[in-house]
Ligand binder design. Structure first.
Ligand code: CA
Length: 236
């Protein structure tokens, strides 16, 4: 299988900094997005530390899920360490959603609410579970999924890197077929553009580059309240 990708990140219309970061190594099948948070640009530091680890990451020969999960835990450790040494960064944190594609198999690992979607035969499926308070309410049956996205507390994370020593990394296996598209994105996209519209954009015959540009444009047209990152991968 051949892997191609395109990615864009945009500050949006309301923020002074872009605290999102991403890495795309299509030749190695390594991809990730991170959405940083924290005052005085510390969010950029946190997401930057997380993504930097994967830039030079040696692709594991063995258990991919375990390696990816361990890498996220290492990112957490480095962010906490950096915050201890730089008081101005205290309280910074980041999400991280990482993907390793190997032939017709992929493994994802994530903490936070940056999402992985798969488009197959024109149908979009969200593969990751948001680590958010509203998602917990949905799971418990207290909130309808339709009300979760627009909920005033929708951005409250139950887990993020940099917040504590013990974090729970979710890992999942993703099977791939020729023609599948995978989208990694931050909540500046998924919180602004409904899934149905993302599905329509990804299946409308646009190139990868055109698709990510359209996603960013739509998030900004919808208000651009947050930083926006879209990383799109296609297997053929
Ligand atoms: Ca965000």
């Amino acid at each position: 299988m051949q892997i191609r990708s395109a990615a864009l990140t945009d500050v949006g219309l309301h923020r002074g900094h872009n605290e999102d970061a991403y890495v795309a190594r299509p030749e190695d099948g390594v991809f990730a997005v991170a959405d940083g948070m924290g005052g005085h640009a510390a969010g950029e530091v946190a997401s930057g530390i997380a993504i930097e680890i994967l830039r030079s990451w040696p692709v594991p020969a063995g258990n991919a899920a375990e390696s990816l999960g361990a890498t996220i835990l290492e990112a957490n450790r480095r962010i906490l360490e950096h915050a201890r040494q730089h008081p101005e960064c205290a309280g910074m944190g980041t999400t991280m959603t990482a993907l390793l594609v190997d032939g017709s198999n992929a493994v994802a690992a994530h903490v936070g609410d940056s999402r992985l979607y798969r488009l197959r035969a024109g149908q979009l499926t969200q593969l990751t579970d948001d680590h958010t308070w509203v998602q917990e309410q949905v799971k418990a049956g207290y909130l309808r999924p339709a009300d979760a996205a627009r909920h005033p507390l929708s951005s409250i994370l139950t887990q993020a890197l940099g917040t504590r020593e013990e974090i729970q990394v979710d890992t999942l296996q993703v099977d791939l077929q020729t023609g599948d598209r995978l989208l990694l994105c931050t909540d500046g996209l998924s919180g602004m553009v409904p899934d149905a519209e993302i599905e329509q954009i990804l299946s409308s015959g646009l190139t990868l580059q055109q698709s990510v540009q359209r996603l960013i444009d739509r998030a900004n047209q919808a208000g651009g309240l947050d930083n926006i990152t879209a990383l799109l991968i296609e297997v053929s």
